[in-house]
Design a protein around this ligand. Structure first.
Ligand SMILES: C[S@@+](CC[C@H](N)C(=O)[O-])C[C@H]1O[C@@H](n2cnc3c(N)ncnc32)[C@H](O)[C@@H]1O
Length: 326
């Protein structure tokens, strides 16, 4: 997956005032800060760090949001949000992703603590042809205190909930859910810690009357977490030449792992299973690991199951699947 061309060009222009060596150092420091998992380490505390975030992290968080929003849209085909709130927006990544997946989007509100990121996000969005983005309303504020007073069709919290102390998270979920008219999506890194944050959010949703939409195909105990594993998905990101230089890598791509959960106000019909690992392609058959209401299951689809096999070949890690008893 790639960033939209307009966003990619606007990022290159914003980052062009920094030399590559400084950006590469800032990129390493960002990675170290995120890997340390420390909630108090200020990851984006200089112009170089913010520029490095745009170049190396925004393509990844954008791809994660697009993946999750597409899965949400597939489960809720009638969902066509006109307004969205991007919480802990950073440069507004989730809003860009929403405008990609939902052409119905007419108004964007972005909420962020850091005034420099707000300024950056505004400059990027002004470059967009999409009027929801170019007219976005930015609010500076703290997720732990007061959110915008309006209601929104869609609320997204992308790679931000995990930056709050665990004790502050439930109050934020409550405040954000109160402002959600239709759907609320939370995305976190696909690490053990990120996935465990998502399991907590899932529990919160179920305890507070929300209906799970994706990725969970059921409301039973998460079988991944129960088995000591962690539920996550992946998107392949194309790396441009500057991205490769900043990361010091040769590969033209990287895989972003992420965890997410999306809930809606009204119950929806879900497929009975979700593919939770890369399918194994074997001669004459395919093997899926599926999350189902009765736990993790392995299912084989053979060439002889013609239509089902055709569909299976097009299905990937993260897609829904209609499980059949074997
Ligand atoms: C890792 S960045 C994610 C940015 C963007 N949502 C994305 O997915 O690329 C986390 C963002 O959350 C913001 N943030 C963290 N704690 C916050 C708080 N208490 N109030 C408001 N924003 C906060 C940070 O300033 C940062 O922009």
């Amino acid at each position: 997956m790639q960033l939209p061309e307009t966003l990619r060009r606007a990022i290159d222009e914003l980052a062009s005032s920094h030399d590559v060596r400084t950006l590469a150092r800032a990129s390493r420091e960002l990675t170290a800060s995120y890997q340390s998992g420390s909630l108090s380490s200020p990851a984006m505390d200089s112009a170089e760090h913010r520029a490095a975030y745009l170049l190396v992290r925004t393509p990844a968080t954008y791809a994660a949001c697009v993946h999750a929003l597409r899965q949400l849209r597939d489960v809720c085909p009638d969902l066509s949000p006109s307004s969205m709130l991007d919480l802990g927006a950073g440069p507004g990544t989730a809003a860009w992703a929403t405008s990609e997946v939902f052409p119905s989007l007419a108004t964007v509100s972005a909420f962020e603590r850091d005034p420099s990121l707000i300024e950056m996000g505004r400059r990027l969005m002004v470059a967009s042809q999409n009027s929801a983005l170019s007219s976005a309303r930015w609010t500076q504020g703290d997720l732990r205190t007061k959110l915008p007073g309006d209601d929104f069709d869609l609320v997204v919290l992308s790679y931000a909930l995990g930056e709050l102390q665990p004790g502050a998270r439930a109050a934020l979920l409550n405040a954000a859910w109160q402002r959600t008219r239709q759907a609320f999506l939370i995305v976190e890194p696909g690490t053990r810690t990120g996935a465990s944050t998502i399991v907590d959010v899932r529990r919160w949703f179920l305890d507070n009357g929300a209906s799970l939409a994706a990725p969970c195909p059921h409301d039973e105990t998460c079988p991944m977490a129960a088995g000591g594993d962690w539920c996550h998905f992946a998107e392949r990101i194309e790396r441009g030449s500057l991205h490769r230089r900043l990361k010091g890598g040769e590969l033209g791509y990287e895989d972003e792992k992420f965890s997410y959960v999306a809930a809606v106000r009204n119950p929806v019909a879900r497929a009975s299973a979700r593919i939770v690992r890369h399918p194994l392609h074997r001669p004459g058959h395919l093997q899926f690991t599926l999350c189902t209401a009765v736990g993790l299951q392995s299912q084989t689809v053979t060439k002889s199951q013609k239509d089902r096999y055709k569909l299976a070949k097009k299905s990937s890690w993260g897609d829904p699947w209609q499980a059949k008893s074997e």
